[in-house]
Unconditional design. Structure first.
Length: 201
């Protein structure tokens, strides 16, 4: 029998921001999920492209898998990185689509975005931008992007139907989504559902 547990979305978002502010400010800490450059290498990120991403971004990498394992991005594509965090995926993508493509990373945690912007400046990239936004209400016109990438973010969003319709809105017809995320195969106990750390991590 499914157990309904009320989650206060504002509390959840505040907890998520707190968790990921800590990942950006104290990347050397132990979290309940793996982080950092070594983890990205374990996930088979392209080593040459990753090696150009400075630690400012890579130390706070908190992805759950590798969205580029679904395919390399094409030269010239317009890419949206939803929940870009400190920017590792955006900065890898920016190298794949250069010089004519453009990457836009959005995230709701300002400390993560500060790292992402600093890392892009360190790399001297001018085809990537980072914008503070919630993923459920994207500040872009319809059909703005050829491809959406996202890594470890949709699982943190309570209203997934709303999220996917927003992604469909900003993608051009025939565009694609390369998603790395967590799925649950077994029912979660009521106690587990009430544990906010399991919702934020
Ligand atoms: C697990 S981290 C992954 C970060 C990045 N994709 C990476 O691979 O390193 C999740 C990120 O999603 C962001 N996030 C979570 N919910 C969000 C939402 N509703 N809107 C925008 N960003 C969100 C968090 O701030 C955090 O930076």
């Amino acid at each position: 029998m499914a157990v309904e547990v009320e989650i206060d979305v504002d509390v959840l978002k505040a907890e998520i921001r707190k968790t990921y502010a800590s990942v950006s400010e104290e990347p050397e800490k132990d979290f309940v999920f793996p982080t950092g450059r070594a983890w990205a290498l374990d996930l088979d990120y392209p080593a040459d492209l990753l090696s150009r991403v400075p630690d400012t971004a890579a130390a706070s990498f908190a992805g759950v898998a590798n969205p580029f394992s679904l395919g390399t991005l094409e030269l010239g594509e317009r890419v949206l990185d939803v929940g870009c965090g400190a920017g590792t995926d955006s900065l890898v993508a920016a190298q794949m689509i250069a010089p004519d493509g453009r990457v836009t990373g959005i995230d709701m945690t300002p400390q993560m975005l500060a790292n992402a912007r600093r890392a892009a400046a360190e790399m001297g990239l001018d085809n990537v931008e980072f914008i503070e936004s919630e993923a459920e209400q994207l500040p872009f016109p319809d059909e703005s992007f050829d491809v959406v990438i996202s890594n470890g973010v949709i699982d943190l969003i309570p209203d997934k139907d709303a999220e996917f319709s927003e992604l469909r809105r900003v993608l051009r017809p025939g565009g694609r989504i390369q998603l790395a995320d967590v799925t649950i195969q077994n029912p979660v106990s009521e106690e587990g559902r009430r544990d906010i750390d399991l919702w934020t991590g």
